[in-house]
Ligand binder design. Structure first.
Ligand code: UD1
Ligand code: CA
Length: 454
């Protein structure tokens, strides 16, 4: 049995008032259409067909190789859009699932139920409905006296009595493929809007005395569709709740899930606590027993276990275990903090490795630098890594002690056990176990290392 999904995504989404095609608007970190494709993966492994139109190139670029696409040149309605997939799919598949790319909260298991229902159905189509008090402009499901589905009536043509109907068309259908294509050609142009509505295909089946099945879905939230930016924010909130609940069920604590913003795909280990107003984005993996937040932003970062990160911003960084950061620390791309690093307030690290046990308490900038284990970076230390044209690197050895307000003018090497006096401007390499002071700093004597490698 072969099942193929067709995803309608050609509309501009006029009601979004946006230049960006509607289906590319992000939801918890991924474009709306990504969520639908992800859910469809659990019902079929066949490559889905996406019907593109408005912003076709942009949408296709975003899809990459994850889906085939067909172009609907002018947006003549949902039946017309579905018809565009015929050339690719006629005689190639047994069932076709058609859904709209603006219904991003539908779950894989819901599509599976729809398919199962259609597999039992002697008739050619099954559709998903929901019972709701707020109709949200959805099509109404008209049933006849014995309860069978007779038609879908769009809101603007519905009679006052039909408008009262609480059963709504969600916008997910499963068709017998060999019936679908010919039936689509029989859909007539809607006289008011001049469009061909997929919803009219129900009446075509009914006219031919063929059974139409409905899967009545209980979860109203899952059927939030996005036509306006208000819906987008509602869907975002609903999806965020879903993501947060999953993390909590997996052993993550959240003091206030409503102010915890975790994008889809983020991984968090058990017994980690996320405090309020924390944003965790992109490709981020977090280990166990960390305390993160409040007021923290983390993006594309890997964090080990037992770290404390307070009111900080981390992007493109790696933290190993027992790292203690913040408040007000900033890690930029390529920052690598090994175990037991302490980074206090107002520090910035970029493209640098801080080895085990480095301490950098206050007001420092470290860029393009490697710092050896256990070295202490005094308050206000700056690696002057940019000469206006090029970046230069700095190497600081182990057990070094950099005095407050030291300027390390790169390229530069400081040996193991080196020390600098407060306010030193270091322009020349410093040999190991040597103290330099002054501006520019010059060597004055040999010194004893305070800490030694264990
Ligand atoms: C549609 C349904 C309605 C249902 C609602 C639920 C029809 C006629 N109506 O209304 O019964 O309750 O969804 O979500 O189907 N599209 C194209 N090409 C077109 C027109 C639309 O690809 O020519 C795509 C859009 O990009 C969108 C989807 O089809 O992703 C649905 O279109 P939209 O205009 O949002 O339909 P609704 O008014 O929401
Ligand atoms: Ca819609």
């Amino acid at each position: 049995m072969k099942v193929t999904a067709v995803l309608l995504a050609a509309g501009q989404g006029t009601r979004m008032k946006s230049d960006l095609p509607k289906v590319l608007h992000p939801l918890c970190g991924k474009p709306m259409i990504w969520h639908v494709l992800e859910a469809l993966k659990s019902v079929t492994t066949e490559k889905p067909v996406v019907v593109v139109g408005y912003g076709a190139e942009q949408v296709k670029k975003d899809l990459g190789v994850s889906a085939d696409s067909v172009l609907q040149e002018s947006q003549l309605g949902t039946a017309h859009a579905t018809m565009q997939a015929e050339s690719l799919l006629r005689d190639k598949t047994d069932y076709v699932i058609v859904t709209y790319a603006d219904m991003p909260l539908l779950r894989g298991e819901t599509f599976r139920r729809l398919l199962e229902t259609q597999r039992q159905n002697p008739g050619p189509l099954s559709l998903l409905t929901v019972i709701a008090d707020d109709p949200r402009g959805f099509g109404r499901i008209v049933r006849n006296a014995d309860g069978t589905v007779e038609a879908i009536v769009e809101e603007y043509v519905a009679t006052p009595a039909q408008r009262e109907i609480k059963e709504l068309n969600v916008g997910a259908y499963c068709f017998q493929a060999d019936w679908l294509w010919d039936a689509l050609h029989r859909v007539e142009k809607n006289p008011q809007k001049g469009e061909y509505y997929l919803t009219d295909i129900v009446e075509i089946a009914v006219k031919d005395d063929l059974a139409v099945q409905a899967v009545v879905h209980a979860d109203f939230i899952e059927t939030i569709g996005i036509n306006t930016r208000i819906h987008l924010s509602e869907a975002e909130a609903a999806l965020r709740t879903r993501i947060n609940r999953e993390h909590m069920l997996n052993g993550v604590s959240m003091m206030d899930p409503l102010s915890t913003y975790i994008e889809v795909g983020v991984m968090i280990g058990k017994d980690t606590t996320i405090l309020p107003n924390t944003y965790i984005h992109g490709n981020t993996r977090i280990g166990e027993r960390n305390i993160i937040g409040p007021n923290t932003i983390i993006r594309n970062t890997t964090i080990g276990s037992d770290c404390k990160i307070l009111a900080s911003v981390l992007e493109g960084a790696v933290l190993e275990d027992d790292v203690d950061m913040g408040p007000f620390a900033r890690l930029r791309k390529g920052a690598h903090l090994k175990s037991h690093v302490h980074m206090g307030n107002f520090g910035e690290v970029k493209d640098s490795t801080l080895n085990e046990g480095v301490k950098m308490g206050h007001f420092s900038y470290i860029g393009n630098t490697t710092i050896g284990a256990r070295t202490n970076i005094g308050a206000g230390t700056i690696t002057c890594n940019f000469d206006g044209e090029k970046k230069h690197s700095t190497e600081i050895g182990e057990d070094a002690f950099i005095g407050s307000d030291t300027m390390l003018v790169a390229p530069l090497k400081l040996g193991d056990g080196a020390r600098t006096g407060a306010g030193a401007v270091v322009t020349k390499n410093v040999p190991e176990d040597t103290l330099v002071v002054g501006m520019p700093a010059r060597a004055i004597r040999k010194v004893e290392r305070k800490t030694k490698k264990k």
